[in-house]
Design a binder for this molecule. Structure first.
Ligand code: HEM
Length: 402
């Protein structure tokens, strides 16, 4: 599977992670956070999320199975389902973001991230159609463009825009410097456009210089973001041990490592260690940051929903029916989070070693990765169960008091 980057199994796993884990969490987070952070109201949110959730789940399974079982028709099924799910999401979200009165920088960054997602998905659909029909010779330069826009545009820009909001809010740190917030997203996006030209017209000589310049600037942005985040976290005001902070630190260290492992070979004209870059960027940076954020965002949303229920009861004058809403840190226990963090970090280290010595580390890495992910699922399901129990208690009390 890891003998080279184009094995069907590796492409399937890449998309189970980038679409199944990253995109699903990111779309969900956007739908939950946009009303809270930007005061936007999405009408009929449950209907809307069901409408895009089902086609995306089926589309992700189809594209994964298309690679794993080598059934070309499944690529077409995936194209239809993923095309519908992503297009509906992008159109609705972009329209609300455009109309929002909020002027926070997160709004423009989210719009840039959505634009990058639009191009990533467009190119992905084109490449997948090509597997089914094989009208064009497989254009691997387009694949490079697709993955750069996906990982550095969509994923990086969205994680950065959410970090601007959630790191000061949940980690009790200072804000990111104003200049950083104002320009970083735009510079990253412009650099990506610069880099793209080289993938679109590889023969044009001047574009080689543009690619080098864009790569240096982009690497600078990634490093500045990672170092600023680590420094903000070091100076946070609340010094309690916090599992989300550990996840952020690992995510930022991975971002520094992936940037150096990419920019040094690029400038020296060496071959890039592509599997290492994939592991550090997808697992080390993106999955780690999202895994850590889940431990704050999910308890926060549960706490918010339960508090809203209590408020409704207070407004109705049935104060005695209120439930005790526990502190956010109690909804997912810190100890469970820390053990999952240890498994996650071990799996990252083993995966990095597996890219260098696959014969030795491939199976232990895969096993540890599975353990870490099951542990995360277990912790999240416990939080959801807690929420369902509380909601059931609410309805019992509401019935007895009415
Ligand atoms: C509708 C959604 C998507 C579709 C249909 C799709 C389809 C594809 C296809 C067909 C390829 C292989 C091209 C080839 O063999 O040259 C590919 C490669 C790749 N895609 Fe996607 N993709 C989608 C979304 C994404 C997203 C959102 C990301 C990242 C956030 C992503 C990351 C990648 C990566 C990293 C590779 C290259 C793997 C490698 O170099 O080994 N894809 N995609």
């Amino acid at each position: 599977m890891v003998s080279h980057r184009w094995t069907p199994e590796l492409l399937a796993v890449t998309h189970f992670l980038t679409l199944g884990f990253l995109a699903m969490s990111m779309l969900g987070a956007m739908m939950q956070l946009m009303p809270v952070l930007m005061g936007m109201v999405i009408p009929r949110p449950v209907l809307f999320s069901n409408l895009i959730h089902l086609p995306l789940v089926l589309g992700i399974i189809s594209i994964g199975l298309a690679w794993l079982l080598q059934i070309n028709q499944l690529f077409m099924v995936a194209v239809v389902l993923l095309g519908f799910g992503f297009t509906a999401f992008i159109i609705v979200m972009a329209q609300y973001l455009f109309r929002s009165k909020n002027t926070h920088v997160t709004r423009s960054m989210m719009l840039l991230a959505l634009l990058a997602l639009l191009f990533t998905v467009g190119l992905g659909l084109f490449l997948a159609m090509n597997y089914s029909w094989q009208i064009y010779p497989l254009a691997r330069l387009l694949t490079n463009l697709h993955l750069s826009l996906g990982l550095l545009g969509w994923v990086f820009l969205l994680v950065m825009s959410v970090a601007y909001q959630v790191i000061p809010m949940f980690q009790i740190t200072d804000e990111y410097p104003a200049l950083h917030q104002r320009w970083m997203g735009w510079v990253v996006f412009i650099c990506l456009i610069g880099l793209s030209q080289n993938y679109i017209w590889p023969q044009v000589w001047l574009l080689e210089e543009l690619k080098t310049l864009s790569s240096i600037l982009l690497a600078g942005c990634l490093l500045i973001f990672a170092i600023s985040t680590i420094r903000l976290l070091q100076k946070r005001r609340r010094q309690l041990p916090d599992v989300t902070m550990r996840f952020w630190q690992v995510a930022m260290s991975s971002l520094i490592l992936v940037t150096l492992s990419w920019i040094i070979p690029t400038l020296m004209n060496w071959d890039s260690p592509i599997l290492l870059l994939g592991v550090l960027m997808i697992h080390g940076f993106a999955m780690t940051a999202i895994n850590g954020m889940m431990y704050k965002i999910i308890p926060f949303i549960i706490w918010l929903h339960l508090s809203t229920h209590n408020k409704k009861l207070r407004d109705k004058g049935t104060r005695e029916a209120q439930l005790k809403v526990p502190h956010m840190r109690k909804i997912i226990s810190e100890t469970a989070g820390f053990w999952q963090f240890r498994c996650h970090l071990s799996s990252l280290i083993l995966l990095v070693m597996a890219t260098i010595w696959p014969l030795w580390f491939y199976y232990p890495a895969a096993l540890m990765f599975a353990v870490a992910q099951f542990f995360l699922l277990f912790n999240l399901l416990k939080a959801v169960r807690f929420y369902n129990i509380k909601i059931a208690e609410f309805s019992v009390i509401a019935q007895t008091t009415s």
